[in-house]
Design a protein around this ligand. Structure first.
Ligand code: ITT
Length: 213
């Protein structure tokens, strides 16, 4: 099946190709001539995923999908959440924001810094250190004949104190999945990440739906 995947994230594209396998031919937005950033102004993963997929549908009227995903950290009240890709640029403007937008390393720096602040605050108040529990969430929006369908996935884990590993992308070097408590997601083999990940779960649900319908 041929599907346009409304993404400019190479990590997502690589993982989706592995998860869905050879019966799917995925084309990125760039491959169909979309070079601009597709707007993401929704207030949930599902809303943003649908906005990205509908951007493609409105132009080409072909079957397409999008993945909106992110990291929720309990001690930070669920941040960075839908702002995961641009966490380090929040509060900045213009060229300054542009410089760190989608910068995975700067996003991790900010995450570790914010967690350190929370720990210091707890220490000063004589309270126990906050838990470092977190999860990745993924919402996939599939648009078939103009109709939206949603598929969600989650992976639970904890935020490490420092980076380890070179695999994956984004926050993987500081995410310790519950399924592999001795390593970061960037140290887990790609096929194992895809088996346990938020993206793997959501995309396998989509594949099952397409097979059954
Ligand atoms: P597209 O919108 O072009 O698909 P994006 O990277 O901007 O790419 P999102 O808005 O969905 O995508 O933001 C997702 C961010 O969440 C991503 O940039 C990472 O920082 C983080 N993220 C999502 N899935 C991840 C994963 O499997 N491993 C590590 N970080 C992940």
């Amino acid at each position: 099946m041929k599907l346009i995947f409304a993404t400019s994230n190479k990590g997502k594209m690589r993982e989706a190709g592995e998860i869905l396998g050879p019966s799917f031919e995925l084309l990125t937005s760039a491959e169909v001539g979309i070079t601009e950033d597709i707007p993401e102004t929704g207030s949930s993963f599902r809303e943003n995923a649908l906005q990205k997929a509908m951007y493609i549908w409105d132009r080409f009227h072909v079957d397409c999908m999008a993945d909106d995903s992110g990291l929720e950290v309990d001690a930070l009240g669920g941040a960075p959440g839908i702002y995961s890709a641009r966490y380090a640029s929040l509060g900045l403007e213009g060229a300054e924001a542009e410089k760190v937008n989608h910068d995975f390393s700067k996003n991790i720096d900010k995450l570790l810094y914010e967690l350190t602040i929370k720990e210091l605050e707890a220490m000063m108040a004589g309270s126990p250190a906050p838990e470092r529990t977190a999860r990745f969430r993924c919402a996939v929006a599939l648009v078939l004949d103009g109709e939206p369908h949603f598929f969600d996935g989650t992976i639970e884990g904890k935020i490490a104190y420092e980076r380890s590993g070179n695999g994956g992308f984004g926050y993987d070097p500081v995410f310790i999945p519950d399924a592999y408590p001795d390593m970061s997601l960037a140290e887990v083999a790609e096929e194992d990440k895809n088996r346990i990940s938020h993206r793997g779960e959501a995309l396998r649900k989509m594949a099952r739906f397409l097979k059954e319908s």
